[in-house]
Write a new protein. Sequence first.
Length: 319
Amino acid sequence: MSNRYKGGVISATAPTTSTSAASGVWTLEQQLQAKAAGNWPIPPAPPGYLVVAGGGGGGSGLGSGAGAGGLLTDLNASAFSGTYTVTVGAGGTGGASAGVNNGTQGSNSVFGAFTAIGGGLGNSVGSPVNGTSGGSGSGAGGGGATSTFTGGAGTSGQGNAGGDVAFTGTNVNCSAGGGGAGAVGGSTSGTTGPSGSGGAGLASSITGTSVTYAGGGGGGGFVDVSGAAGSGGSGGGGAGASNSTSAATSGTANTGGGGGGGAFNSLASPDRGAGGAGGSGVVIITSPTAATSTTGSPTVTTSGGNTIYQFNSSGSITF
């Protein structure tokens, strides 16, 4: 017989338990048994947010990988109060084919006072060039480099630098990868590369499921010297192109992934392939207290007692 205390009276009838309520007084052993069976109230998680900016666009022909959008997150934030503006940054455009065309910088994402910086643009390599700074920086470009060129800097607390073109006594003909939120972009050296891969992104479980965001773009291949392209970083980074007749892979939408760099092939038309576009950013908010209103049509879900608002486009939220 099971004894529970309900209103001070011993009863052989077990009170009803659920994930939202458990009436009566319970021994520790009884609580643990109910929890193990998944039948016990779960306290809500604290408020939190994830803000990811748009990734940069990759450069054309032998283009460097673009940097991922900056990533800001706090899963133990103070309670939200008032109205917050939400801006979801667009990804940068990839450099057009058939010319020396850089990509463009990713756009910033904003949640209230928190601003994530857009990813660094990928360069098209007519000659060696340093990477460009951003939330995460883009990779350096080779193009026959006879000295070391450095990747663009990432923003502190948001991302990492792009990879370097490291001169070690042999001309460097390939390009480096863009930085990601979790790791620097891959560097490259030597006549045939390969080009650097994009830096890895960071995983977040703010939605109740682990998702990786803000991976860097891979550098484009150099077909003339059999220089392989770099892969995209985990978290939506686009791969560099292996042939100039096809555009590089774009960053994945709503991850802030950087675009891949275009390939170069002097025997093809066009000789310089297009760079991949950067992935758009995202803003996700979790709160144990539901919002009173929103604009911008966020996706609304629940997890662990919290209400989660995912903004894939700009809007606002009021608590």
